[in-house]
Design a protein around this ligand. Structure first.
Ligand code: ASP
Length: 320
């Protein structure tokens, strides 16, 4: 695994949440909380990253993540350029690095990368100049660290920071989900009391993965008494045609309806990373209902990305 840190131990890249300790996770969440603001208020802005140039390199579709990284960079005074590049001309690994080195010559200080192929983000990080940072914006089914942080921030805002007393259920296509993997890392890192994995056998990850997770094959068992219900999208793009579940049948057995939500604690919150398949994994009455914090997740995305960009890039600017 790539070392994400500088020689002094500070984080230089953010490719995975694995290996971040509780103090670091709490510090990033505190920092992000400082940038959260009510809807309708003027969002916090400063010049902490003035003079920094960042490239947004997304080779998979994205709305929330790309826009929120861009806003986060701009609200800290950085310049951010959206680049339409085919990073991984797959077989031609060096072409990708040529692109990156060209951008380095144009004084880019960091790259925000989303790619569907495992390892591309780390490959770039391993080959950039020593002053350059790389931020994952979603890597294959493996990792989506800023999503994990925004999910943790959302839970903390609604349930407080005593994660040890919380039971969190992740429900749906866990097998193909980078959101679930980063959620697992952040919630276990924060000392969550119980982490449940609720999925049909075909969408459950391999047995060696998520070692601390408690596995349930039905929402009826898995949702009983939980504080947080985290729904996931069926990741059709990562499945063979034959494995794609029938939407109606899936909804009947696993979809989060108001009735199923009653199995959780009465004050349980409902999360979803989006995009949502309404009527497949979640009923609109739940997605738009009183217990849904899905829009808070989106709002928190900008605050978390501001905290991450600022924390990781500031040491290099000598503006600690
Ligand atoms: N937007 C999230 C991701 O990039 C979740 C999803 O696509 O289902 O992984």
């Amino acid at each position: 695994m790539l070392n994400q840190r500088r020689a002094d131990g500070t984080l230089r890249h953010l490719i995975t949440l694995e290996g971040l300790n509780r103090v670091e996770l709490d510090a990033l969440l505190d920092h992000a909380q400082h940038y959260v603001c009510a809807l309708g208020a003027r969002p916090p802005m400063n010049r902490a990253l003035a003079g920094v140039t960042l490239g947004n390199l997304f080779t998979e579709p994205s709305t929330r993540t790309r826009v929120s990284f861009e806003l986060a960079a701009r609200r800290l005074g950085a310049e951010v350029i959206n680049l339409e590049v085919q990073l991984s001309s797959r077989a031609k690994g060096e072409t990708m690095l040529d692109t990156i080195h060209t951008l380095e010559s144009l004084h880019f200080d960091g790259f925000i990368i989303r790619d569907s192929q495992p390892g591309v983000v780390a490959h770039v990080a391993a080959n950039v100049a020593p002053h350059v940072s790389v931020f994952s914006a979603g890597e294959a089914h493996l990792s989506h660290p800023t999503q994990g942080l925004l999910d943790a921030l959302t839970v903390r805002q609604h349930k407080g920071s005593r994660f040890g007393s919380l039971s969190i259920a992740i429900v749906g296509d866990i097998k193909h989900s980078r959101v679930a993997r980063s959620a697992y890392e952040v919630f276990t890192g924060l000392g969550v009391g119980e982490l449940r994995l609720v999925a049909p056998p075909a969408l459950m990850p391999a047995s060696g993965e998520f070692p601390a997770g408690l596995r349930f094959s039905t929402p009826e068992q898995g949702l009983a008494g939980v504080d947080v219900v985290m729904m996931l999208r069926i990741q059709k793009e990562r499945m063979a045609q034959a494995d794609i579940p029938d939407g109606e049948e899936y909804f009947a057995r696993y979809g989060l309806t108001l009735q199923r939500l009653r199995l959780a604690k009465p004050d349980a919150i409902v999360m979803h990373p989006q995009p949502m398949n309404r009527g497949v994994e979640i009923d609109s009455a739940v997605a738009d209902g009183a217990q849904s914090v899905i829009r808070d997740q989106v709002r928190n995305g900008v605050a978390v990305r501001m905290a991450v960009l600022e924390s990781l890039l500031r040491p290099r600017l000598g503006r600690a």
